[in-house]
Write a protein that binds this ligand. Structure first.
Ligand SMILES: Cc1ncc(COP(=O)(O)O)c(C=O)c1O
Length: 392
């Protein structure tokens, strides 16, 4: 029995929660079991809430700067959690990781420049490229034997003339924890094509089943100098509403360009609650995180067994990292449209339609497993009942 109870079910409605209070907008009904947006239905840990409460003992919330504690908290966390030593001077602030992707586009590319993404991938990766007038070059992941890998041959051909690669390490939504050999092969292509890599490591604390995260920047000195590494406690500790993350840029010229954009846009201030939470999370979060991951692993295993027994036409791609799981419904024979209709209209479950993650996502769904077991059981039973009415 651990110290924390992840079985508690919280009513998040009427908290302006995207996952709960925007259901009608997304699914056309407000009563689906929400398993979509990537935040957790677990309480943000008490030591973080307590740190914010402590700060609120002081009644003034005026202009505030981040002290050395911000950098130290991240550097010590990454050293302890991933065995990687960051240079404190390389740590920059960003109000979010998606904003950091945009700042990188503004800092390192010109309109029309080509940016590589690897679909199916977290949709803002390609959306921000398009909305900022750059050109998406897609290097779709390979899917064989229920397992995703990077298509290096395709990348080799497409990398020529590209400027930047947006890399999800580990990968959302397919849950891959990239192995060192894969990162080295990727690094070689990036080196030969002089690509700047924005390595989004927001999910890197969420390693499952003994998998080990390898920071992309750690692969070689050259790669360290050409990589923009993105970190945040927001996924790890359920702080997404606080808009506070960090970007690590070892190359001085690239760091200056990034910080110039932050300055130009005047978005470097951040917010007090985010700063306090960031420091508390990284200073005190180990025990809570270790327990939370065990709970998520048990949800993954529960779902795996449930599907095998009750819904053999639905295959889970076992996540090596992240609390999201990627489900393959293609064996049901349903079109993507029919699948969504059935899941929303008949099962009453709100998942992420895989098609939103780009090429290769159709007939897949992403399910969020950072929820109490009861929620998961209800969702799976509902999906089973709905599919069985169609003899699936
Ligand atoms: C890979 C990845 N990057 C970034 C984000 C969001 O980051 P932020 O809220 O800091 O913009 C998410 C959220 O799901 C994500 O999965």
């Amino acid at each position: 029995m651990g110290k924390y109870n992840f079985d508690v079910e919280y009513d998040r409605t009427s908290t302006n929660s995207v996952k709960y209070d925007l259901r009608h907008m997304i699914f056309g009904r407000d009563d689906v079991i929400p398993m979509w947006v990537a935040d957790m239905d677990f309480a943000t840990p008490d030591f973080i809430l307590e740190a914010i409460r402590r700060r609120l003992q002081h009644p003034i919330l005026g202009y505030t700067f981040r002290g050395d504690g911000f950098t130290t908290a991240l550097v010590e966390w990454i050293q302890k959690r991933h065995g990687y030593q960051l240079n404190p001077a390389s740590v920059c602030f960003s109000p979010g990781i998606v904003p950091a992707l945009v700042f990188s586009l503004l800092a390192y590319t010109e309109p029309g420049d080509r940016v590589i993404v690897q679909t199916p991938v977290y949709h803002p990766f390609f959306q921000v490229v398009e909305s900022n007038g750059r050109t998406v070059v897609n290097n779709p992941l390979k899917f064989e034997n229920n397992y995703y890998t990077i298509d290096f041959d395709d990348l080799e051909r497409k990398a020529v003339g590209c400027k930047v690669l947006f890399f999800s390490n580990p990968h959302n939504p397919v849950g891959r924890c990239w192995q060192r050999e894969e990162l080295e092969r990727l690094a070689d292509i990036c080196f030969r094509n002089k690509l700047i890599v924005v390595s989004d490591e927001i999910h890197s604390d969420l390693m499952l089943f003994g998998n080990i995260h390898v920071p992309f920047a750690s692969v070689s000195e050259y790669i360290k100098q050409s990589t923009i590494s993105c970190y945040a406690p927001s996924k790890t500790f359920n702080l997404a509403g606080l808009s506070t993350s960090a970007v690590v840029i070892d190359n001085e010229m690239l760091r200056k360009k990034f910080n110039d954009v932050i300055e130009r846009l005047h978005v470097g201030m951040g917010n007090i609650a985010g700063m306090v939470a960031f420091e508390a999370a990284y200073a005190e979060g180990k025990e809570w995180l270790d327990e939370m991951l065990i709970y998520v692993e048990s949800n993954v295993e529960y779902m795996h067994d449930f599907l095998k027994k009750n819904l053999p036409a639905v295959k889970i791609i076992m996540p090596e990292a992240t609390y999201m799981a990627w489900l393959d419904f293609s064996k049901t024979g349903l079109t993507n449209e029919a699948l969504n209709k059935l899941l929303i209209g008949e099962a009453g479950v709100g998942l992420n339609d895989g098609a939103m993650f780009g090429e290769g996502g159709g007939c897949f769904q992403r399910i969020n497993l950072a929820c109490p077991r009861n929620t998961l059981v209800k969702a799976l039973e509902s999906i089973k009942n709905a599919l069985s009415k169609h003899n699936l």
